[in-house]
Design a protein around this ligand. Sequence first.
Ligand code: NAD
Length: 265
Amino acid sequence: MRLKDKIAIVTGSGQGIGRGIAERFAQEGATVVLADINEQTLHNTEQALTAQGGNVLAVRVDLSQSDQVAQLYATIMAKFGTVDVLVNNAAWAIPTAHFLDMTEDFWDKVMQINLKSVFLCSHHAVKIMADQKKHGSVVHISSFGALRAHREMSAYDAAKGAIEALTRAMAVDLAPWQIRVNAVGPGLTATPPVTDYLPTPQQQKRLLDTIPLERLAQPADIAAAVLFLASDEASYITGQILYVDGGVVAQLRPAVMERHHKRPE
Ligand SMILES: NC(=O)c1ccc[n+]([C@@H]2O[C@H](COP(=O)([O-])OP(=O)(O)OC[C@H]3O[C@@H](n4cnc5c(N)ncnc54)[C@H](O)[C@@H]3O)[C@@H](O)[C@H]2O)c1
């Protein structure tokens, strides 16, 4: 068990990638704090993980609000007295607006949910780790959108780019305390916002053609990378971004042309 006896917070764990990470962490022996704004999905995850024998604490919280984040950490400290791992996963997953149409309110909302929450959660966690002089690990969930622009998602991509810069900056500042900070950049992953956005097989097929490994990621694919970075196996890795994207950012341009070689049988 790679996270035995660790206290791990996974934000946005009511559904999607966060739920996949929480599930994997619980299987690896962690006590997992599930933190999400959605009461219903939070409850569903809590029930499912508990039924699998996991140790979880579910807390409903709007992570973009500093008083609520402070209350979350007060609850965690009262119950467990420490934090070993933080995964900053919660986000508004597909906030679309063409740059020409984007309002200041929209920009602020995306930054509040997708970037400020990461600062707020991280700040509390690393202060606890530093005060207690214990090694700790923070993993941010970025996106391949930090490197390659999504159409009409400039605020989202800007927030993810900032998260990647923050990953390196936090890693450098916190290294003297042996607190490691890394990020995982998922590619297109089969979660509710994506499957709702691409409801038909034709729409999905068009996108699959742009992914070298020719499939969407599953939350478990992302969870495996997060687990590695959170665990002691990655004890000499900090300040890194690991893309789990089926090869998308590696290729020069999407394979919109027909392939010249037959695929292997
Ligand atoms: N699905 C993808 O294709 C994909 C690709 C790249 C990156 N990502 C990133 O992965 C992460 C998870 O995405 P997902 O696809 O699982 O999305 P999702 O919408 O399924 O899950 C996001 C979770 O965050 C929660 N959340 C949102 N705002 C919150 C707030 N203010 N306070 C607390 N909780 C809040 C939601 O309730 C939800 O449970 C996000 O950071 C997203 O940007 C996803």
